[in-house]
Design a protein around this ligand. Structure first.
Ligand code: G6P
Length: 304
């Protein structure tokens, strides 16, 4: 058995996934949220705010929250939708996805409740498979329309990544792309820089992004690679100092050690007919410092 369910002090069910190579992940059923991912050297790869509140009804400031059925305020629902504020369950029947061949995986499910139907009257099943492998964390989200009518939604896996110093980090893979700037009333711009670097607040939705993005952290001598499918957009967010101070669950200096790079479907909402299912995926992996800028070659980045 490579996963177990434990209850923390607040009674929130928590799943501990371990992998024979020594890496581990912690998942809360609250929000279906991964709150920790450690490599075989026990280094934490995800950010968690020093002021995070791990108690319902708040969403958790860190880890990987799931934004569904709405990203941000791109709609009439609460910011980032309600899935991150709900208690999920273990999914004993993840059909039609075949059972995972990995022992270090777990399937979660969230179904629409009476309360959800009042604000978003569409019946759905949201599933999440979490697979842990050496140096790699894979998430496979699926949404099934269990309603008699079609519906559409926006979606994101918000990856709060832990970095040494955000002002020293480069993001490669998004250059020359168009983006909506949430700080400029969602005006559309084209990225001019040959890599994204950070010296102030950033809140952008990059459009039609490639399937691979590299987050290069020179100080940690580590590159995180985000690969994804079925999720065309990528959100890059850092609140910087002023916004950080305004967020009650965010430490004043926490912005320095985090960067969100999300897999998302925002510009074109996903449309599902009755009883159709959508499936996306993302894989986070790490490569050592040997990665140099401009090497976005799959073999070099992923196996170099
Ligand atoms: O505070 P949260 O609801 O988690 O949202 C955090 C941030 O997410 C998005 O990127 C929004 O565009 C921002 O306006 C928001 O501040």
């Amino acid at each position: 058995m490579t996963w177990s369910v434990v209850n923390d002090g607040d009674g929130l069910p928590r799943i501990i996934l371990t992998e024979p190579g020594g890496s581990s992940a912690e998942v809360l059923l609250y929000g279906g949220q991964i709150i920790s991912w450690k490599n075989d050297r026990r280094e934490e790869l995800l950010f968690m705010s020093s002021k995070a509140v791990l108690k319902p009804p708040n969403s958790i400031r860190g880890g990987i929250p799931i934004c569904f059925p709405q990203f941000g305020n791109f709609g009439f629902l609460e910011q980032h939708g309600f899935a991150r504020n709900r208690l999920w369950a273990l999914d004993s029947c993840p059909s039609p996805l075949p059972p995972s061949r990995s022992n270090s995986s777990v399937d979660l499910i969230l179904k629409s409740t009476e309360e959800d139907l009042k604000t978003w009257p569409r019946s759905f099943e949201l599933r999440l498979r979490i697979i842990l492998a050496p140096g790699k964390l894979t998430l496979i989200p699926r949404v099934r329309n269990t309603d008699t009518r079609a519906f559409s939604f926006t979606f994101a896996m918000r990856n709060y990544l832990s970095v040494s110093d955000v002002s020293e980090v480069r993001v490669e893979g998004l250059e020359t792309l168009d983006y909506f700037d949430n700080l400029m009333k969602r005006e559309r711009f084209t990225e001019q820089a040959d890599a994204i670097t950070f010296d102030g607040e950033v809140d952008r939705v990059y459009l039609s992004t490639p399937s691979k993005i590299a987050i290069i952290d020179h100080e940690k001598k580590r590159t995180l690679v985000l690969r994804k499918g079925g999720l065309l957009d990528a959100v890059v967010w850092n609140p910087w100092d002023r916004k950080a101070k305004a967020l009650p669950d965010f430490g004043d200096d926490d912005y320095k050690s985090m960067l969100c790079v999300d897999s998302a479907a925002i510009e074109t909402p996903i449309l599902l007919k009755s009883f159709e299912e959508w499936k996306g995926w993302q894989e986070l992996s790490t490569v050592s410092s040997s990665y140099c800028s401009g090497q976005l070659d799959p073999c070099k980045v992923l196996y170099g």
